[in-house]
Design a protein around this ligand. Sequence first.
Ligand code: ZN
Length: 80
Amino acid sequence: MAKDGEGKGLKKKFCKLCIEKVGFLDYKDDKRLGRFVTDRGKIVPRRVSGTCAMHQKQLTVAIKRARLLALLPFTSDFYR
Ligand SMILES: [Zn+2]
């Protein structure tokens, strides 16, 4: 999986987490969180992912926590 044009071809603007009825985002759920970070470990902006404000906030917290626990990579350093 190399880089492919991300940010393009995204038509849907529904919050995926609302659709999946995710009430609480678990930081241990790294598979789910992984869908909301870029290849470089950055959090995908709401504009791109279509995540609603509530879930974006939860995502931010969960991803930061997951990073501390090394479930998700920190930005850049990972790539050398
Ligand atoms: Zn949502």
